[in-house]
Design a protein around this ligand. Structure first.
Ligand SMILES: C[S@@+](CC[C@H](N)C(=O)[O-])C[C@H]1O[C@@H](n2cnc3c(N)ncnc32)[C@H](O)[C@@H]1O
Length: 260
């Protein structure tokens, strides 16, 4: 675990993250340090015809940071794991691609997000999706192998990113894809930022330096195939904006494949 992770109060962080994303699930119209909802999804590149086919209430609570489904290229019948599925936008989009012959497992630690996603999946007949409670650092899965692991705006929130990438590698078949969007930083963030649980919960404080982030993925057994900057993503509060400008905190999307 990194120095920053050791100095951060991880129990406080988990509590703050849960409280913040409970609010995103229950009261998405509130103002956060980050944008939410359909206008954000459209600006990031989610095709409107896909958004039109998934539950609107899930999109209201969308808090992703980039588009990556073109990189994931999920095929019919595939098994997909969504790390930090929130209210389910990316799980629902993935389920459009897998069809009912495939399977999507959405994993999240916040009860309100899970409850919302489950209700919406039931109401709209997405029988190929299961939303399960758990931690992305140690996902409990019963399918031995997945074809694709996806994640949107979540891994930056984890104090142990190497554990997340190792877990993704463990559940993927050889050649399987890791496709995600996340927040990284140009410069290593100072302790004043990395030990601030509220900035961390707002998807800034936990941003890993980009070269370290790439190394963490490669060390877990992946080859990075595509790395793309998401210039359309921006934070909304002054505090978040300042950290972004000062340390080069940005959104990226990437595709990596599991090495043999
Ligand atoms: C920024 S939101 C993104 C949600 C969703 N991917 C989306 O795009 O709308 C982060 C989500 O990750 C979940 N999360 C954060 N850290 C987690 C962890 N260590 N284990 C499981 N879920 C986590 C939160 O509960 C929250 O729902």
């Amino acid at each position: 675990m990194s120095t920053a992770a050791r100095q951060l109060d991880t129990a406080e962080l988990e509590d703050r993250v849960k409280r913040m994303y409970e609010e995103v699930a229950l009261e998405p119209e509130h103002e956060f340090h980050f944008e939410t909802g359909r206008p954000l999804a459209e600006r990031l590149g989610y095709p409107t015809q896909d958004l039109d086919r998934i539950p609107a209430a899930a999109i209201d609570s969308f808090a992703g940071v980039g588009y990556f489904h073109d990189l994931a290229a999920i095929a019919e019948g595939e098994a997909v794991l969504d790390l930090g599925s929130g209210s389910g936008t990316d799980s629902f989009i993935a389920a459009l691609a897998t069809g009912t012959e495939g399977r999507v497992l959405g994993l999240d630690m916040t009860d309100a997000q899970l409850a919302k996603a489950r209700t919406l999946a039931d109401e709209q007949g997405f029988t190929q999706i299961e939303f399960r409670a758990g931690y992305i650092e140690e996902p409990i899965v019963d399918t031995p192998t997945f074809d694709c692991v996806i994640s949107n705006g979540v891994i930056n929130l984890s104090p142990d990113k190497s554990a997340v990438f190792a877990a993704a590698a463990e559940v993927l078949r050889t050649g399987g894809r890791l496709a995600l969007a996340d927040i990284v930083s140009e410069q290593q963030l100072p302790e004043g930022v990395t030990c601030d649980a509220s900035l961390w919960a707002a998807c800034i404080g936990g941003a890993m330096q980009r070269d370290d982030y790439r190394t963490a993925i490669e060390s877990a057994g992946f080859t990075i195939e595509t790395w793309r900057e998401n210039e359309e993503y921006r934070f909304v509060s002054d505090r978040a904006d300042n950290a972004t400008a000062k340390y080069g905190v940005t959104s990226i999307s990437l595709l990596a494949t599991k090495r043999p």
